[in-house]
Write a protein that binds this ligand. Structure first.
Ligand SMILES: Cc1cc2nc3c(=O)[nH]c(=O)nc-3n(C[C@H](O)[C@H](O)[C@H](O)COP(=O)(O)OP(=O)(O)OC[C@H]3O[C@@H](n4cnc5c(N)ncnc54)[C@H](O)[C@@H]3O)c2cc1C
Length: 324
């Protein structure tokens, strides 16, 4: 199976527009970190329009970002309708791992310095929400993550970019390089940190259930144009359409980063995540996810057999060479 990460080189778009007599708040383009950042950018988006004092809101999109936005609006006493072409389980958010990490959410050479302030606020706000939701109902748990490679790894792999690393280091307090006798992996260097795993099939269903129980309405509808969106009855529209925003709101910057997964049968005894450069293994309850492809500008959802082979052979090499 494959999914398309909604990637913007300059980072997620969080912006309020007055158009056609409506307020449109854009909240999309989170790349490979949309589940991670969902609550945080939703909080920032909701803060933008609170002074407007409206009670009726339309949320476009029913992925992780749309659902977090819709739930926050409800918590502020709003009447919310979600409009979406696809609902869980048919969203990109369902395909995500989903680990709590910045991921491939922006191009470090293309973001404005102010973006890092927003990113910092968003990821910390999100972390607080997910921590409070740990447990079976939302399918969220902490587990050990191992990075494997040929050089020391904590900064390069976990903290992504030097301009963001010091700001998010606190989210991974136990991150540490391991000595060779502290791990079984066939790798020159290994690091370990604790991280949250959010299982989208469980999490998104529970969020949708919470939304409906709180009086929210869901309308399945595909919008073909901005005019169709602006014809909605609600005065405020939260645009959480992910990659769909490219054509709907003419965002030339938005582009897919294709990610392909091979899913093995569930193995409840596997209780850790393993990463090695362009390979990763995530033990979801519904299956062991093997992935590691990041193909920018590739729009096809067709799995590539050569990538499948690479992923299977790469993982087989790691796990067949465990040291005892
Ligand atoms: C293989 C893979 C692994 C990933 N791993 C992780 C991870 O470990 N951690 C992480 O945080 N993120 C991960 N991601 C990224 C994550 O999946 C995305 O960033 C996230 O799903 C984006 O959420 P969203 O709500 O913006 O978009 P989506 O989930 O795509 O939801 C968009 C919603 O908008 C609706 N919509 C779109 N266009 C229209 C339209 N024209 N009319 C009506 N409705 C419309 C859709 O139907 C859908 O309901 C991964 C992605 C992939 C592909």
């Amino acid at each position: 199976m494959a999914g398309l990460r909604p990637f913007r080189p300059s980072g997620f778009r969080l912006e309020t527009q007055q158009v056609g007599g409506k307020i449109v708040v854009h909240n999309y383009g989170h790349g490979g970190g949309g589940v991670t950042l969902s609550w945080g950018t939703a909080e920032l988006a909701v803060q933008e329009i609170q002074p407007a004092g409206n009670k009726q809101y339309a949320v476009l999109g029913c992925g992780a970002v749309g659902l977090a936005t819709a739930r926050l609006l409800q918590q502020h006493g709003a009447q919310v309708t979600i409009y979406a072409k696809d609902l869980p389980p048919r969203t990109t958010s369902n395909i995500a791992g989903a680990l709590f990490r910045p991921g491939t959410g922006f191009d470090p050479d293309r973001v404005a310095p102010a973006f890092f302030d927003r990113f910092d606020r968003a990821i910390h706000l999100s972390h607080r929400h997910f921590e409070a939701m740990i447990g079976e109902r939302y399918g969220i748990r902490r587990l050990d993550n191992y990075f494997l490679g040929d050089q020391p790894l904590v900064d390069a792999e976990i903290l992504v970019d030097a301009r963001i690393s010091d700001r998010i280091r606190d989210l991974y307090p136990q991150a540490a390089e391991l000595a060779p006798d502290q791990h079984p992996f066939p790798a020159r260097f290994a690091s370990r940190h604790q991280n949250l795993l959010i299982e989208p099939p469980i999490y998104l269903n529970a969020m949708l259930d919470d939304f409906r129980r709180a009086g929210g309405t869901v309308t399945v509808r595909a919008f073909e144009s901005m005019d169709a969106v602006l014809a909605l009855p609600e005065p405020v529209i939260m645009n959480c359409t992910g990659l769909g925003a490219k054509t709907l709101f003419n965002d030339d910057e938005l582009t897919p980063v294709k990610g392909q997964l091979t899913v093995l049968a569930p193995q409840p005894e596997v209780d850790y995540v393993a990463y090695q450069h362009d390979l990763y293994m995530i033990p979801r309850r519904d299956g062991i996810l093997l992935g590691g492809t990041f193909e920018r500008d590739n729009w096809t959802l067709e799995p590539d057999p050569s990538e499948k082979r690479r992923i299977l052979e790469g993982h087989s090499k790691i796990f067949s060479q465990f040291r005892s």
